[in-house]
Design a protein around this ligand. Structure first.
Ligand SMILES: O=C(O)C(=O)C[C@]1(C(=O)O)C=C[C@@H](O)C=C1
Length: 286
């Protein structure tokens, strides 16, 4: 999201605007999966300690890549942007070399910074265990650097998409705080009721249809003369471009559920530090 476009918080937090970002990120995610799918699985790059002599580390080759790339990006202040979350713990990364940009305050700070809304370790886990083996042939082709470079790109895009749940949640909360407050204040917070309030089945259904169509178009092929080749989903998969079912399944089973977890985890802490007078004013709106 361009946070410094000069628009005010209510414009930036419009649900249509945020959903537009989620739709745009679908393109990034599908293209980066297509890029990764060119290479073999290269299982070794995900195994802890497989390169311990070369890297002097017990972590995996991919974790080393994340650390090195994120170290550079941290210097360029990437992780000071409210929609960016590093996979490497922030305290292990270098400080930005230039001053911080002034971002508008869109999120409730204590909720946005709460550790429970950072789901990067879950993203890394499902991506390595379920997505990479689903989209790549089970080969070791030695392209360890190329494969890990693409992995980092997919992971960064997935992380942005899923943590955008905080903006979705803030937008929904501000449009009807009186609906959320009783469930946040109940002891323990009523996570089921909160999940019910943020879930929009019709939006999810449209997303999965759109995603299938996008994956088919972006993974499609043309002849050298530019004519579009009519290929079935199975033929596309056989050509090794992208497995459409894997893309749709990844969103259905992981991306949407984790986005909802982020939304609910953010809401649970949405009233931390908020004065009682403000809560009463919100409740009085009903
Ligand atoms: O668009 C929303 O309202 C969202 O909360 C995002 C999202 C998604 O992950 O795409 C998640 C939950 C809703 O059920 C619908 C869609």
């Amino acid at each position: 999201m361009n946070f410094t476009s000069g628009e005010d918080a209510s414009q930036l937090l419009s649900l249509d605007r945020i959903r537009g970002q989620l739709i745009r990120l679908e393109d990034t995610i599908i293209f980066s999966l297509i890029e990764r799918a060119q290479f073999g699985l290269n299982e070794k790059i995900y195994q802890a300690g497989a390169f311990k002599d070369e890297l002097d580390s017990q972590g995996s080759w991919l974790e080393w890549f994340l650390y090195e790339i994120e170290s550079f990006h941290a210097k360029a202040r990437r992780y000071t942007s409210p929609d960016e979350h590093s996979f490497t713990p922030l305290e292990k990364l270098p400080k930005p070399v230039i001053g911080l940009q002034a971002y508008p305050t869109l999120l409730h700070d204590p909720a946005a910074r709460h550790p429970s809304v950072n789901v990067n370790s879950k993203i890394l886990d499902f991506y390595v265990k379920h997505i990479v083996p689903g989209i790549t042939p089970p080969l070791d082709d030695g392209n360890y650097g190329s494969a890990a470079t693409r992995d980092v790109e997919v992971l960064q895009a997935l992380s942005r998409r899923i943590h955008f749940g905080m903006f979705v949640s803030e937008s929904k909360f501000l449009s009807a705080p009186q609906d959320f407050i009783p469930h946040i204040l109940s002891n323990p917070p009523n996570t089921e009721a909160l999940a019910g309030l943020i879930t929009k089945p019709e939006v999810e259904a449209k997303l999965l249809i759109r995603l299938r169509n996008k994956a088919r178009v972006y993974g499609g092929e043309m002849n050298a003369d530019g004519t579009v080749m009519e290929l079935s989903d199975a033929e596309l998969k056989a050509r090794g471009k992208i497995d459409i079912e894997q893309v749709v399944g990844m969103y259905r089973d992981w991306v949407i559920p984790l986005t909802k977890d982020v939304e609910v985890d953010y809401l649970i802490h949405r009233l931390d530090g908020v004065p009682r007078s403000q809560i009463d004013a919100w409740l009085g709106q009903s």
